[in-house]
Design a protein around this ligand. Sequence first.
Ligand code: AVJ
Ligand code: FE
Length: 430
Amino acid sequence: MTDKNKVAAELERARRRTVLLTEAVDDADLVRQHSPIMSPLVWDLAHVGNQEELWLVRDVGGREPVRRDIDELYDAFKHSRRDRTALPLLSPQEARKYVGQVRDKAMDVLDRVRLDGSRLAADGFAFGMIVQHEQQHDETMLATHQLRLGAPVLEAPAPPRAINKITGEVLVPAGSFTMGTDTEPWALDNERPAHAVHVDAFYIDAAPTTNGEYAQFIAAGGYDEPRWWSERGWAHRQEAGLTAPQHWQRDGDGWAYTQFGRTQRIIDDEPVVHVCFFEAQAYATWAGKRLPTEPEWEKAARFDPATGRSRRYPWGDEPPETRHANLGQRHLAPAPVGAYPDGASPLGVHQLIGDVWEWVDSDFYGYPGFSMFPYEEYSQVFFGGDYKILRGGSFGTDAAAVRGTFRNWDHPIRRQIFSGFRCARDAADV
Ligand code: AVJ
Ligand code: FE
């Protein structure tokens, strides 16, 4: 039986983060378009409340709407992100009031509802979905913060230092493993059902690709050599004028990087972040490797060779603790490689969860036996679109919104998200 106090605490934790991200700037900044590919922060704020109202207040609770007139404004499919500032949106003050009223009703619903009464309420799923939704938008808002210009407004301690030096690659033996889940209570529809997948033997890097390694690719002329890039990747590199990860600038003979308004030299052993799929793929080709496929990534993250079963997380079945992974915006940067030995997988693959989302070379489809739940617009409408999968979460992903089975996706040209990668290669002769 799901503990209602825990559900309430998760809702409150998500809200504290939303408040932090939206109180950090003034009202003029909240309604501003910081990038054509992002919503104004005030849209994310009210959208979070509107989804909570649709699912928890109206659907699970069967209550009267808090507001029945604004659904269309906050429907992500009705207006593109670049058009949202022009809409008659709720003002910051109205948005805060709205999300507060919705939350009061949602908490009342949680108090009274039976968590075994319907499929939506079972195990608190609808509440978990809304917690994850708010945390996902918090990460999106954090990405908007990274794009906004001006003095720094967010503070956090530096990530932990490396404890071990992690280099090289890990051999993952050939064989079948269980991908996806039937048992994870808050797993979303695209993570289901659990199914056996055969994976040939492969090598995967023990750690994500670092800034120092990526800088070597740049220094070797990687951005000027079409042979490292896919045809589409090269066309994009040319058209977009890519020469380095987003937010990098030349600094003497090296590189500097602007993070949340602060510019400093790149840290060589930190995972590279803000690269698109095509850049990740070009680096891997240059390095004589390739990106892992999605099943390879999940096998490296979850497969326990001692028992043959798939774990919830690389380190085991226990939810993430501070010592396992760099999650939840506790730090405003990826941690250096070697900072989380306690989070390694049984085969010795490090930092799969947290730090940077990892691009994998797989398109977004439903697993065999996929069944949409509870709405088509979460996953299904994106299947077969121009998306590549990302795995593992970033320093900006909350623990509630990532696990060994969690699937993220974005267009292969996108790099405003906290995206990095690690390399893999075939081990056909093993
Ligand atoms: C799963 C991160 C791709 O942000 O577009 C938020 C999550 N879905 N609101 C996104 C989501 C609906 C989604 N991603
Ligand atoms: Fe949303």
